[in-house]
Every structure is written in C-alpha cells, then in structure tokens.
Ligand binder design. Structure first.
Ligand SMILES: Nc1ncnc2c1ncn2[C@@H]1O[C@H](COP(=O)(O)OP(=O)(O)OP(=O)(O)O)[C@@H](O)[C@H]1O
Ligand SMILES: [Mg+2]
Length: 224
C-alpha cells in the first residue's frame, strides 16, 4: 500500500509538472500560426501541433481530476431545478438527431449536493448516451424518489455494453471510442460516491444502456 501511495504522489507530481510545458507549447504555437498565415503548409503543421497539445492538456486535466481528492461544496438546492437546467443546457448544446425525454415525478426535491460536480456527472452520462447512438435515437431521463433516495435513470437506445466491457468501464483509460480518454465514468462515479451515492450501468432491455444514479436525500459529505 505505501508503494501505491508513493506511486500516486509521483503521478500527481508528474502530471502537475507536465502542465507548464504544455501551456508554453500551446502559447508559442498560437503565435507561430499568426506568423505562418501566408504559408499554408507550415500553418497546417502548426494546427496539428496545437491539436495534439490540446489533446494532451485535456488528458492531464482528466488525470488530475481523477487523482486529486474530491472537494464538495454542498448546498441545499432543489434537485428538480438542477435536472431541468442540465437537460435544457444539454439540449441547447447539441443539435444532433436525438431527442431527450424528461420524466420528473417529484415537484421539488431539496437536499444538499454540490451543484457544479453534480451537473458535470449528469452531463457526462448524457454525453455517453448520445455518443452511443451515432445514428440518433431517444434518451429518457427519469427522476423519482425511492425511500430515502433520489433515483435518476438515464436510458438510451444505443449500441449497449458487452458483458466483458461492463467489467472494465470503471477503469481509467478504458474506452471503445476513437480519440476518447476513458475518464468520464471513473470521474462520474467518484462524484456520485463523494455524495455517498451509487452509480451503475446495465442493459436497457434489448437495446441500449441504462445508467442508474442513487443519491441519499441526507446528502454527501466532503472527501473522496
Ligand atoms: N451509454 C453507453 N452506451 C454504450 N457504451 C457506453 C455507455 N456509457 C459508457 N459506455 C462504454 O464505457 C466506456 C467508458 O466510458 P467513459 O465515459 O469512461 O469513457 P469514454 O466515453 O470512452 O471517454 P471520455 O468520457 O473520457 O470522453 C465507453 O468507451 C463505452 O464503451
Ligand atoms: Mg464518456
């Protein structure tokens, strides 16, 4: 265990130290692009450097997000309002060939949670649902109260997840997508667990996937 803790610290330090040079490469490449406006071939090379740097930057951000302790800022807010806001933002952000149906049972549901983190988590589950349906389809987001829990179910009609992959989806870097990082679900689970909740993914009948989030109405507490 001490070895793992040491290794964790080392990864954290490495990722921190890599950030500055990435910023420098990004900054200088942007300047270069301006100077190369009349040289299309060199300009396109600079474009490629910038794209690769941005991908590296996003990886570093994800690794840091996953590895550093989760700090939650809990406030007593209406979860129904949050769900409505997330669904609105998500529908506005994307104009693809899918439809989002929202089914909310409670009129209000006030309990302590971290608004920003919870938004990130729900956005990510919606993002995965959309990405699983490249040809389009329907997504349903339902919110219910079951006992002492708020339960959110997000169902899609996408490709689904094989039994084999279901065992790996919580592992950082596991992805079946091109150009993806494989950090969305591990980070989302960390946020839900930080609220003392649970996140599971299962088959949605014969087609697609259902993500189930259970959050205790007593709220989470700080820490990872
Ligand atoms: N709704 C879904 N339908 C089908 N497969 C899914 C769904 N959600 C997750 N998966 C599978 O789980 C894998 C891991 O998901 P995760 O969100 O962690 O990473 P990602 O989406 O591949 O990349 P990133 O989220 O970092 O952009 C996905 O690559 C995909 O194979
Ligand atoms: Mg994802």
């Amino acid at each position: 265990m001490p070895f793992l803790i040491e290794l964790g610290k080392l990864v954290n330090k490495l990722v921190h130290d890599v950030r500055n040079p990435i910023g420098a490469i990004k900054g200088f490449t942007t300047l270069l692009q301006k100077d190369l406006e009349d040289q299309p071939k060199l300009h396109s090379m600079a474009d490629n450097i910038l794209m690769a740097t941005e991908s590296l930057e996003s990886l570093v951000t994800r690794v840091l997000e996953y590895s550093r302790p989760l700090k939650l800022t809990l406030t007593n807010v209406d979860f129904v309002l949050l769900i409505k806001q997330v669904c609105k933002e998500y529908s506005e952000k994307n104009d693809e060939n899918w439809a989002l149906k929202v089914e909310i049972k409670p009129e209000t549901l006030v309990f302590p949670f971290d608004m920003i983190r919870m938004k990130d988590a729900l956005h990510h589950l919606l993002q995965n649902a959309v990405e699983s349906m490249p040809e389009g389809g329907n997504i349903t987001l339902a919110l219910e109260v079951e006992g002492d829990y708020a339960v959110i179910r997000i169902e899609d009609q996408g490709a689904g997840i094989s039994e084999e992959d279901l065992e790996q989806i919580w592992t950082p870097f596991f992805t079946t997508k091109r150009n993806a990082k494989g950090f969305g679900l591990p980070i989302t689970k960390k946020i839900i667990k930080g609220h003392q909740g649970e996140l599971e993914l299962e088959k949605n009948g014969t087609q697609g996937t259902r993500a189930i989030v259970k959050l205790p109405l007593t709220g989470g507490k700080d820490g990872s």
